[in-house]
Write a protein that binds this ligand. Sequence first.
Ligand SMILES: Cc1cc2nc3c(=O)[nH]c(=O)nc-3n(C[C@H](O)[C@H](O)[C@H](O)COP(=O)(O)OP(=O)(O)OC[C@H]3O[C@@H](n4cnc5c(N)ncnc54)[C@H](O)[C@@H]3O)c2cc1C
Length: 399
Amino acid sequence: MAGRHFDVLIIGGGNAGVSLAARLHRYGVKDVAVVEPEDHHLYQPLFSHIAGGRAKASEAIRPQRSVMPRGVEWIRDGAVDIDPAGNTVSLASGGQLGFGHLVVCPGLQLDWDKIPGLAEAVHSPFGASHYEFSLAPKAWTLLSGLKAGTAVFTMPSGPIKCGGAAQKPMYLACDYWREQGVLQDIRVVMVQPSHTVFGVPGVDDELNRKIAQYGIELRCNSEVTSVDAAGQTARIRDNGTGATEELRYDVLNAVPPQSAPDWLKDTELPALGDSGGFVEVDPETLRHVRFPNIWSLGDAAATTNSKSGGALRKQTSVLAKNLVAARQGKPLPEKYNGYSVCPFTVSRSTVVFAEFDDQYRPMPTIPKVPTWKESRTSWVVDRDIFPRVYWNLILKGRA
Ligand SMILES: Cc1cc2nc3c(=O)[nH]c(=O)nc-3n(C[C@H](O)[C@H](O)[C@H](O)COP(=O)(O)OP(=O)(O)OC[C@H]3O[C@@H](n4cnc5c(N)ncnc54)[C@H](O)[C@@H]3O)c2cc1C
């Protein structure tokens, strides 16, 4: 591998990397390679449905080879360092690759160790996490098996993948418990750092209505600081008052803190002082602010939006057009507007569809349709149509 050079090298063959590679190839950039160590590709939005008993794990995974665009080279290796001055990427196998342009999109790492006891808890018989593919089916086994007791759902502070996704299995489980006639025997607690249930007007009203309907205890402005797995107890801190509380659980579904991969934090690409380690791009053009032939999009980019696949779908189109223009020495034509999306599965057959900008102001795709209202149609779109659009259009650079 040593010494190979690509016009465009992409680090990460996830949602961003594959869809961007396909789009660039379609736009006539022929010498594109994707560095991706995993032999499988995951559609992460279905993890919530798996944890809520509404999808099979097999629906969220495909061989990486099957999604790699034709004409794009897949380098099955991991990036471990980037030299922006030398235009090279070092690989885990020891090789080096040269690039004309580099796009950095290795997603986020799950920082289990940032909360003492959390890793042990989600691997114990009473804990799970739908943020880990291997643990999502376990979440449903535990949630569906609960007939009485306390179920605790948690979201950490800091940027995470699809912030609202922390709540999704909770609503799916509550609706299941309601169907089974046991909801009144289960204390459901949601612990999250934000000041309101999500932050988008209208969406909050709908979510609060469902929370009241299911009798959920919503702990805003709060987070888990440690977990005693053996004692099935989570320590919760109210970030407003500083008060702490020990919460005993029968089932814990936890979302871990997240940040850019450690090796990326150690490169020159993040801004000085950015502990999250995200790639310092112009949030509109997605071009690095200091290295003009380096770009980033998706979860690892230091953009201002809420991180989601829906956000990066818009970013992919912007970045591809800007990169093509930059290669031709032209001004960058496109700007990303901070759009993001979160479909809340508020029951086993309805969704509240939040579309918003980077200030959490509503940003509906179809302005006159109230998609933030609980709806059966939105469920069909999220559960049945989006996965097909993802595998057949988004990953092919066509949506
Ligand atoms: C539970 C859950 C629910 C979600 N629900 C939704 C939703 O409903 N709607 C929505 O829009 N979004 C949702 N998302 C978010 C969405 O999945 C992510 O925003 C999206 O996958 C980010 O794409 P990405 O390419 O930046 O990162 P990823 O898709 O995570 O891909 C990163 C890729 O980089 C690879 N990689 C890692 N390290 C290296 C390395 N050193 N070298 C090379 N490659 C590397 C990884 O193997 C991976 O393939 C959800 C996410 C989760 C976890």
